[in-house]
Design a protein around this ligand. Structure first.
Ligand code: DGT
Ligand code: CA
Ligand code: CA
Length: 573
């Protein structure tokens, strides 16, 4: 519950320290800790409660002083050092620093020299052209900042699925203890597993509605109550996310759940279909005239309309009603179908765990195999390895025998701006799985960027294109590429596409997944983990794949080890 908030605080501290000109070692420590916490599958609150500061220190990247800060946040709600830094720089300035494309240094310049300390003032300065008077701010930089402001405004109020999941789980846990409740389900876009969540919609069945709505309003993680009635309540949570709570009778559960799950477009299509059958669907049930004929469960609601059960991830009015009518609903891929993770980093590039630790964590997840894919030399900021270092890593993996899981030798090799690869073929040949990715020059033209990726796919050692569009949700727009052309050539060359499960990426996105399946391209659902905690993000990748109508057969890493190796080595022949 505290995790994302603490991660955010640590990131902010690192940025502010950078401005203060603190030493890079300290700055890096905060960044690394933030990353490690974001990837943590355990609740920091819980870790602290059970094992105190000692348990906190066991988390990779968390030393004595950072553990103390986490303790401070959990026990006092604040981190003094963070507060001091904010006071020093003013909140408006923090807001500026948050704009993608505008780093702390530029924010500082705007603040000091033009007294710009809010997004509104920044927009004004861009419009009047005053911003260009500042030294070192060129047209291109201004363009980037404008794009960043737009992205920020569009993102306003939409949260990453990981953060929404974390808060929903915390609320469910508290409500469960509150009295006689039968079911508590997060509905809305979270149940549909959309990539970003506007607000939480939590549905509860209970005969004692008032007790629940009152208790909800009193929760510590609620910061402001917007509305409170006998069966419903709305509040703003500590992270500024809204949460709507509805309590219904058990007999209405199915109809209410269907209604509050949405999407609105899906619900409209359902109501239209009902009308053609002489029925009426509402949040209370399915009615024939005055008579209620269904509503206790969702299956009942769909059944009354002659439909098979439609999984929430498909409810976007993208053809799911027709499919449900014709028995053509896909049998969606499930978390249990994933047999291994093909994109993981170790401490040999920018990860925080050793290869052995990563493999052991993979085995814990029940995986049959896992690929270690550290960065190549060009991604210097991510500790990219030279060819020589990489070859050493490959032989280290070969010697490493971890019981119960197979470790694949892998690499995440850079696709350079001219489309060539960072490692030579005789080096790539040593890997079982080669992931190719773009980490530089994001702003090339659509034509050039597409060509860049196509030429990487032409290499017979390249198995998977990682995070194909490069977007970072709420932070960086996808690069311009011709997806259709990329899929066409992927199919032709036997290259697979990654669905990167990191909640900030989810790249391929849901519609791309569907497009890939139409081209008969296998999608590899990977986590791009940089620590053992990151492996749990696989759930968000699987959800996105499900939203893209993918079945087990569409997913590369649902194959057993032998079948996987065959697929990977096919291209080399
Ligand atoms: P979000 O919160 O923007 O990520 O997206 P949703 O889908 O969670 O939307 P939200 O929170 O406004 O509403 C939750 C569900 O409740 C929505 O999916 C369908 C249902 N709903 C809410 N308001 C309306 C409405 O005015 N008409 C209909 N038909 N359904 C509604
Ligand atoms: Ca919602
Ligand atoms: Ca809502």
């Amino acid at each position: 519950m505290e995790n994302s908030e603490i991660a955010r605080i640590f990131l902010e501290i690192s940025e502010l320290l950078e401005l203060k000109g603190e030493n890079t070692f300290k700055i890096r420590a905060y960044q690394k800790a933030a990353r490690s916490i974001e990837g943590l599958s355990l609740d920091l609150d819980q870790v602290y409660k059970e094992g105190g500061i000692k348990a906190l220190k066991e988390i990779p990247g968390i030393g004595e002083s950072l553990a103390e800060k986490i303790e401070e946040k959990i026990t006092t709600g604040k981190v003094k050092k963070h507060q001091q830094l904010i006071r020093r720089f003013s909140p408006g300035f923090i807001e500026l620093m948050d704009i993608p494309g505008l780093g702390p240094k530029t924010a500082m310049k705007l603040f000091k020299e033009e007294k710009i300390n809010s997004i509104a003032k920044l927009k004004k300065a861009i419009k009047s052209g005053k911003i260009k008077d500042l030294p070192g701010i060129k047209d291109k930089k201004v363009q980037n900042i404008s794009a960043g402001i737009k992205l920020k405004e569009k993102a306003k109020g939409r949260f990453l699925i990981s953060e929404a999941t974390e808060y929903a789980a915390a609320i469910v846990k508290k409500l469960e203890k509150m009295g006689p409740v039968k079911k508590i389900v997060p509905a809305g876009s979270l149940r549909r597993q959309k990539e970003t969540i506007g607000d939480l919609d939590i549905l509860v069945t209970s005969e004692k509605a008032e007790k629940i709505t009152a208790g909800f309003a009193d929760l510590a993680l609620v910061s402001r109550v917007l509305a409170k009635g006998p069966t419903r309540s709305s509040a703003i949570l500590k992270n500024n996310m809204q949460c709507d709570l509805r309590v219904v009778k058990p007999s209405e559960y199915g109809a209410a759940l269907h209604y509050f799950t949405g999407s609105q477009q899906h619900a409209i299509a359902i109501r239209q279909l009902a009308r053609t059958m002489g029925l009426k669907v509402s949040e209370y049930g399915v009615f024939k005239g005055k008579k209620r004929i269904a509503g206790r469960t969702e299956e009942e609601v769909f059944g009354a309309l002659g439909l098979k059960y439609i999984p929430p991830e498909l409810r976007e009015n993208r053809g799911e009603l027709e499919a449900a009518q014709n028995g053509k609903l896909p049998i969606l891929v499930e978390l249990e179908d994933i047999r291994g993770d093909l994109h993981c980093h170790s401490d040999r590039s920018d990860g925080s765990n050793t290869i052995a630790e990563m493999a052991a964590a993979g085995r814990e997840m029940g995986y049959e195999y896992m690929a270690i894919t550290d960065h190549s030399v060009s991604t210097r900021i991510a500790g990219g390895q030279t060819e020589k270092e990489f070859l050493k890593e490959m032989s280290a993996i070969e010697k490493l025998r971890t019981k119960g899981i197979k470790i694949l030798k892998g690499v995440e090799v850079d696709i350079l701006p001219d489309g060539s690869l960072d490692f030579r073929d005789f080096v790539l040949k040593e890997a079982d799985v080669v992931i190719a990715a773009i980490h530089s020059r994001f702003k090339m033209s659509k034509k050039d960027m597409t060509k860049r990726i196509l030429s990487a796919m032409d290499n017979k050692y390249v198995n998977i294109i990682a995070h194909p569009t490069g977007r970072l949700i709420n932070e960086r727009a996808p690069y311009e590429i011709d997806m259709e052309e990329i899929f066409r050539v992927a199919a032709q060359t036997g290259t697979f596409m990654e669905l990167n499960s990191h909640p900030s990426r989810l790249d391929l996105n849901d519609t791309h997944c569907r497009q890939a399946a139409r081209h008969k391209i296998l999608v590899s659902i990977n986590t791009d983990s940089h620590n053992i905690g990151g492996l749990a993000n696989i759930r968000f990748g699987v959800s996105t794949a499900r939203r893209g109508w993918l079945e087990k057969k569409d997913v590369l890493n649902s194959l057993p080890y032998a079948g996987l190796l065959k697929k990977l080595y096919q291209k080399r022949r």
